[in-house]
Structures are given as C-alpha cells and as structure tokens.
Design a protein around this ligand. Structure first.
Ligand code: ADP
Ligand code: MG
Length: 253
C-alpha cells in the first residue's frame, strides 16, 4: 500500500542550524503516529515541512504520492505556484497548540469558512457537514456561540472540526493540548481518540504519554533533528533501546 505521507532523507536548516537530518518517515492510511522527543528536537519543523509552512533544503516529502511543492510533467519536476501550493496543502489538516479561531465569527461560521471560501462548495452542504463535525467533537449545541464564549478545550475542538471540514487525507497535531489548563486536556484527547477510531490518518506531536500508549499505532522519537528510534508504543515506552530515549521516557513517565 502506498503511504499517505512519506519523507525521504529530509533536510532542513535554519541558517547554520541543521534542524532536520536525514528524516525517513512514512504513514499509511488510517495509521496514528505519535512523535515525541525533547524540546527543540525538530518535531514542529517536521510537521511544518509536511504542510509547506517551511521550505525544505534536501530530500523530499510526498503526500498521496505527489512530491510536495512540485508538479511532475514527464520526468521533469516544476515548482508549484503559490496558488497550486494552496490547493496541495488542503490534503493535510493541521491543528496547532494555539487555536486561532476567527473571534468575530460563530463556531459554525468558523467551521464552514474553509469549505465555502477556499473550496467554494455550496453553503447548505458545508453547513450540514459542519454540524455533523461539531457533533463528532461534541459541540453541536455551541454552533452559534462565539469563540470567546468557549473554554480553551472547546475552542481547540472547534479548531479540529474546522480543519476536518476541508476533508484532508491526514491530520497533523502539534502539541494540541499543551496550551490548555490540565482539566481541559482530556476532552481534546478524547476527540482525537474518536478520530483515530474513525480511521483518521494522524501524526500527533505530544507529551501525553497516555495518548501514545493507548491510541498510537507507532511512536517516533526525535532528538537533535533525527529520528533516533521508532516502534510500537510498547517498544518505545517500555523497552527503549537508545539511551536518550530511555532517559526521556523515564523522565516523563
Ligand atoms: P520542537 O518542536 O521539537 O520543540 P522545533 O521544530 O520547534 O522543535 O525547533 C527545532 C530547531 O529549529 C530549534 O533549534 C529551533 O530553535 C529552530 N527553529 C525553529 N523554528 C525556527 C525559525 N523559524 N527560525 C529559526 N530557527 C528555528
Ligand atoms: Mg514544537
């Protein structure tokens, strides 16, 4: 089976700082992969490269078999235009630590914004789908509320629904619960667990080891710009081989 997302020998620098080194990675349809590792190890940059929020300096990334940022014509590759990049980026949804909802729009208006304005789909159809998504994240009754009237956990669940409304083939989560008060973390992880059980392809950068253990099919450990170990949650969390993984896991468990 072809992977939904694949990275091959990915390299990324910020000036002299080589932040992603020889990253080889792939995720199959329906898989949930958790990415863990110390702060500054390159986890966010990796997700941002997949979603073309950063350019890459070497190697390549494919989404649904298409090389990200390029169009193939014959055996030549051409850079995509900004407009083409915008279309390609719709294949992957991203949820950030901070949920940037439009404050002056209702929950429903936030969720239908992308499908209506960007994808130019019929409003009635988008509304019906948005209501179903709000049902999935447990917020159908908040459809006409404004973001400021919601808790942080509720806002993040709306942000997840908004991202799903674009019908992406995969979802990237970058520490989606780390800006939340502790009592609100569970409701967001619960929604992510539901998405996983619905077969959503997900890459989840998280410090929530419980989520990795219960929900992830595979855990990837990054350190200093490299994937240093990957395996099943048991492999990585119970029986890590790499000493840096051992030290990290024993510190967070
Ligand atoms: P993580 O998400 O694992 O904490 P990041 O991907 O945010 O790590 O950062 C990896 C490295 O890249 C760090 O050294 C960080 O300082 C650097 N970095 C990240 N974003 C930028 C940027 N926009 N400009 C310069 N350096 C950056
Ligand atoms: Mg980060």
């Amino acid at each position: 089976m072809n992977p939904i997302i694949q990275a091959h020998q990915l390299q990324k620098h910020f000036g002299n700082n080589h932040v992603l080194k020889d990253i080889d990675f792939s995720i199959q349809k329906g898989e949930v992969v958790s990415v863990i590792g110390p702060s500054g190890s390159g986890k966010s940059t990796f997700l941002r490269c997949i979603n073309q929020l950063e350019t890459i300096d070497g190697g390549y990334i494919t989404v649904n078999g298409e090389i990200v940022g390029y169009r193939r014509q014959g055996n030549k590759l051409y850079h995509l235009s900004d407009r083409e990049i915008a279309v390609q980026r719709q294949a992957v949804g991203m949820v950030f630590q901070r949920f940037n909802l439009f404050p002056h729009k209702t929950v429903l208006a936030n969720v239908i914004e992308g499908p209506v304005v960007v994808q130019r789909r019929p409003v009635a159809e988008c509304k019906a789908e948005a209501m179903a998504l709000l049902e999935t994240v447990g917020l159908a009754e908040k459809a006409s509320a404004y973001p400021a009237q919601l808790s942080g956990g509720q806002q993040q669940r709306v942000a997840i629904a908004r991202s799903l409304a674009m019908k992406p083939d995969a979802m990237l989560f970058d520490e989606p619960t780390s800006a939340l008060d502790p009592e609100l973390v569970g409701e967001v992880l619960g929604v992510m667990k539901t998405l996983a059980s619905m077969g959503t392809t997900m890459i989840v950068v998280t410090h929530e080891i419980g989520f990795c253990r219960e929900v992830a099919n595979r855990v990837v450990f990054m350190d200093q710009g490299r994937i240093v170990e990957e395996g099943s949650p048991d492999d990585i969390l119970k029986f890590p081989k790499n000493p840096r993984v051992k030290a990290f896991v024993s510190a967070v468990l």
